[in-house]
Structure formats: C-alpha cells, structure tokens
Write a protein that binds this ligand. Structure first.
Ligand SMILES: Nc1nc2c(c(=O)[nH]1)N[C@@H](CN(C=O)c1ccc(C(=O)N[C@@H](CCC(=O)O)C(=O)O)cc1)CN2
Length: 306
C-alpha cells in the first residue's frame, strides 16, 4: 500500500488550505478597514523542531496576508528580560498577536511568560485568564496543536458523542486542552500520563487515540484497537538511515496503519493544521481587539483607530 494513495491517512494539508483561504478573506477585510493583523513569534534558544514550526508560520502567514515577525533571544536571557520584551509588544498597537514558541530553556518559567502576554494578544489561549475559557465551553480560541488534533478527528465523520477517547500525554498545551475540547463535544475522555499503570491497556480501548509525549514510535500496533482513529501529535527529530535529519511521530506508523482505520502521518498530519489554526486564532484575537475599540469608543472601528 503506497503512503500517498492510502485513504486511511488523515492529512492536515487540505483542511489547513481551507482554513487559510478563509483567514485570508478575513485578514483582507480587516486590513482594508485599517486593522492589519500582525503576529510576533518569540523564540528562545535553538531547537530544530521549533525552527520548522516558525518557518511554516512565516510562510503561511504570508499566504494569509498576516504580518509576521520573529524575535529571537539567546538561551541565556533572563525571565525578567523576556517579560520586559513581551510588555513592549503588549504596548505596541501594531502587534495584534504574540506566540511564545515552546520549549524555552529550563531556567525560564513558561507560565510566567504566558501570563505576561496580554490576554487580548494571546493567540494560543495559554494565558491563565484564557485557558479557562475552554473549561466553560468557549471554544473559538483554543491552543493550536490541541485544536488542530481535534479538527482532524472531526474529519473522520465519527460521532464524538460518547466516543471512547484516550489521550496519552497531559501537557498543559496539548493533552489537557484536547481532553477539555473533546469533553465539550460529548466524548468520554481518559488521560494517560507518566504515572498511568498501563498505557497499553487504556490505549487498546480507544475509538480515538491521541498521542503527545515526544517519544518516537511509542505506540505500536498491539496498543491500538482495530478500526480506531490514531492522531499522532509527536514531532521528534532523528537521524535517518541516510544520515539526514528527519521528523517522526510518537506512533509507529508502519505497524499501526495496518490496524487503525485512520492515522495522521508525521510530517503532513497535525503539523500543517496547527499552523493554520494559529493564523485563525490570530484573526479571532484581532476581532476581540476590535470589539474592545467598539465598546470603548462607541464608534465604528475605523474612526476609533484614527
Ligand atoms: N507555542 C507553541 N509551541 C509549540 C507548540 C505549540 O502548539 N505552541 N507545539 C509544538 C510545535 N512543533 C514542534 O516543535 C511543530 C509544530 C508544527 C510543525 C509543522 O509545521 N510541521 C509540518 C511541516 C514539517 C516540515 O516542514 O518538515 C508537518 O508536520 O507536516 C513543526 C513543529 C512545539 N512547540
């Protein structure tokens, strides 16, 4: 079975294209009305996978008509210096969205950085004041990787009500938000983590299995229920047999694709959709800022901006 023509592969590209086309229309309208969307990316230190992510963000933002600027900081910067830089971006009216690329070096508390981003410019919904929205079923701006993963599950057409879902990995940015997003849709969700006694036993019960732990090929065919949907969120860099660097997921795709009814490829699955959702979130954030102008000044947006 060739990889390209196998309909079991749930590819992110076509869904991402649809989203980017719609973002492009919204961005053109907002720009014509005097509100140009601009996303600033903050990278701290050097990580190959993050470089791939940022490169794709820049390219797709260009396609969507969203301004994009990358601010890179050395790995030995202090948390205080980073917070000051973020406050500067909060105060800059030309900047409408801020994303902090993960991971950041261990001496920098990521939560402090997330809390420094103004909630109206928080395009990932990771500010403590924003993340709670998904608990209250306000789902229009959710963490990008989590939202992309759920969007791909919806592409299968499976009825999410009562669906048995297992999420392997309980990070704040991926595993936990996926659980909340799916509970909002009526799924029955089990979250596995490093203290779970038998991940395999849980995984084998899942109609939909989400994996986000950063362990290459952790999930093998014998851990997957026949007919399940497997969403592989892992992005791991490794050196292939040809000596070249390549990206692999957390799922052993070659074996699992013989058992699952749907599986996301890596690359080409969740990754491209994550970027598209980030751009969609950038427009949601911009529209919230415009709504605030309207509420504050009681005049049409354009007048408020003048
Ligand atoms: N602030 C955040 N940081 C990180 C997130 C996040 O959601 N928010 N998730 C990951 C991102 N990441 C890995 O470091 C990542 C995401 C997306 C892509 C990507 O575009 N992949 C494509 C293209 C691959 C290629 O061009 O070779 C794909 O998978 O097809 C890459 C990395 C961690 N950080």
């Amino acid at each position: 079975m060739s990889r390209s023509d196998d309909s079991r592969y749930l590819k992110g590209g076509p869904v991402a294209q649809r989203i980017i086309a719609s973002v492009r229309e919204d961005a053109a309208i907002a720009t014509a009305e005097g509100f140009s969307p601009k996303l600033v990316s903050i990278t701290v230190g050097d990580t190959d996978a993050v470089d791939v992510y940022v490169r794709n963000q820049r390219a797709k933002a260009g396609l969507a008509g969203i301004g994009f600027e990358e601010r890179r900081f050395a790995a030995d910067i202090t948390a205080g210096e980073l917070e000051a830089a973020i406050h500067g971006l909060n105060a800059d009216p030309r900047v409408t969205g801020i994303i902090i690329q993960r991971p950041v070096p261990t001496h920098i508390p990521i939560k402090t950085l997330q809390a420094a981003v103004h909630p109206l410019k928080d395009v990932e919904g990771m500010h403590p004041a924003s993340i709670g929205n998904i608990v209250y079923n306000q789902l229009d701006l959710a963490p990008c990787t989590a939202a992309a993963s759920v969007e791909l599950l919806k592409e299968t057409g499976l009825d999410l009500k009562g669906l048995e879902v297992v999420v392997v990995g309980h990070s704040e940015i991926v595993g936990k938000p996926i659980a909340f997003l799916l509970m909002s849709e009526g799924a029955t969700v089990t979250v596995c983590h490093h203290m779970t006694r038998s991940v395999a036993a849980h995984a084998r019960r899942a109609d939909a299995l989400f994996v986000a732990v950063g362990k290459p090929r952790l999930i093998k065919a014998d851990m997957v229920k026949p007919g399940a949907c497997v969403i592989d969120i892992g992005i791991n860099s490794e050196i292939g047999p040809d000596g070249e660097s390549r990206i692999v997921g957390d799922v052993d795709t070659e074996s699992v694709k013989e058992v699952a009814s749907w599986i996301t490829p890596v690359p080409g699955g969740v990754g491209p959709l994550t970027v598209a959702i980030l751009l969609r979130n950038t427009m949601v954030a911009l529209n919230r800022q415009r709504a605030l102008y309207r509420a504050t000044y009681g005049v049409p947006d354009q007048l408020a901006a003048e």
